[in-house]
Design a protein around this ligand. Structure first.
Ligand code: NAD
Ligand code: DAU
Length: 347
């Protein structure tokens, strides 16, 4: 029996983690704390929202009174912390929001857990982080768990700071923690400001697909449900005080990925292959754009037995089909209508 607090559970990755825990662990009580920013959407959880072991709590991780009330009332044993501002381009436009939620919000959760768990055993603060904390790679090499931190965008700087605070609380106050650093996720419920869902949405609307610079930047892509499985494995088998890198062993140059995605979209839409590629438009590069991320995920494979299960071709096709079947979801999130769902069901 465990009381599990998942933060950011209405977002992209969080919604897959919430669903996995609610469905797989009926003996646990799952609490989803989410502020419902533009990226949080309760439509992502419609299928499990009435489950007996699930409770949604609307609120801000920066609200100290609220967070300690949740710990007191629900006797939280495990925190899986996903709530964050997550988009690099937004962090370039407004870094303060990233400091607020990613740094101060994380420290607020750490303070509460530290106070609530004094003298207790079998607790876990699990912080979900990103490979971007390691900086940018050249053509060769991989990020391992011992790669020095070298964040280069306001987003990655805020995530690196939060990782350091988690480790510092482990060292100073003996807070039981685990951190994982994952590569780029893709799949259902991904907000269409990020490359893959943005491209799918633009192809659907016959609009240009913006590719930054020459499209030479490389990312390592992982299907989101594989990330949720890795998080489950780490909660149950991970070692306290350890860091695990999670990746897809699946590097793609942006331009090659977009060409493949265009072809899959053409096939699924019944267009002749090549039609969507005409929408590709090279635009001004992202400021300080990291060239390449690539994760060495051998530690989690060797020590915990996790590895990706979905191939990229299979995952991309599933993703495209999900978006084409859920055009109303896309229309709602792009028009802001999804907020109405909360008001009607919870307001
Ligand atoms: P997302 O932007 O889709 O979702 C973030 C969620 O957090 C939203 O539901 C939002 O409402 C909530 N939130 C934001 N600020 C909050 C606050 N102050 N209080 C409470 N809730 C708040 O993000 P995502 O892509 O699902 O990423 C989730 C986590 O995983 C983040 O910590 C991110 O850094 C990390 N991560 C993401 C990726 C990726 O490829 N998306 C890869 C590695 C790590
Ligand atoms: O590596 C993990 C990170 O992956 C996560 O920590 C972040 O939360 C997540 O947003 C993601 O960051 P990226 O910046 O890599 O993702 P994004 O989808 O924004 O961009 C992917 C690549 O595509 C990147 O090289 C920039 C490029 N790009 C992006 C957009 C939105 C374009 O060329 N055109 C675009 O319109």
């Amino acid at each position: 029996m465990k009381n599990v607090l998942i933060t950011g559970g209405a977002g992209f990755i969080g919604s897959h983690v919430v669903r996995r825990f609610v469905v797989s662990y009926p003996q646990y009580k799952i609490f989803n704390l989410d502020k419902l920013t533009y990226a949080g959407n309760l439509q992502n959880l419609v299928d499990i929202e009435n489950s007996e072991n699930y409770t949604f709590l609307k609120g801000d991780i920066c609200d100290a009174d609220l967070v300690s009330e949740i710990f007191d009332l629900h006797r939280i044993d495990v925190v899986i912390h996903l709530a964050a501002e997550s988009h690099v381009d937004r962090s370039i436009r407004n870094p303060n929001a990233f400091v607020e939620t990613n740094v101060l919000g994380t420290v607020n959760l750490l303070n509460t857990a530290r106070n609530a768990w004094k003298g207790s055993h079998n607790k876990l603060f699990y912080h979900i982080s990103t490979d971007e904390v390691y900086g940018s790679l050249g053509a060769e090499g991989f990020f391992t768990e011992s790669t020095p931190y070298d964040p280069k965008s306001p987003y990655s700087a805020s995530k690196a700071a939060s990782d350091h605070f988690v480790k510092a609380y482990g060292n100073t106050y003996k807070l039981p923690f685990i951190i994982s650093n994952c590569s780029n996720n893709y799949g259902p419920n991904h907000f269409p400001e990020k490359l893959i869902p943005l491209a799918i949405n633009n192809i659907r609307n016959g609009e240009p697909i913006p590719v930054y610079g020459k499209g030479e930047n490389v990312r390592d892509w992982l299907y989101v449900e594989d990330h949720a499985i890795a998080i489950d494995v780490i909660v149950h088998k991970g070692e306290i005080g350890e860091t695990y890198n999670i990746g897809g062993f699946n590097e793609w140059k942006n331009i090659d990925l977009i060409r493949l995605l265009c072809d899959i979209m053409d096939q699924e839409l019944g267009n002749s292959v090549g039609t969507s590629q005409e929408l590709i438009t090279f635009v001004k590069d992202r400021a300080g754009h990291d060239l390449r991320y690539a994760i060495d995920a051998m530690k989690i494979k060797k020590e915990l037995g996790w590895e990706p299960s979905v191939t990229f071709e299979e995952g991309l096709r599933k993703t495209v089909n999900w978006y084409l079947k859920n055009e109303e979801w896309l229309d709602n999130v792009t028009s802001g209508n999804y907020q109405k769902y909360y008001e009607q069901h919870y307001g």
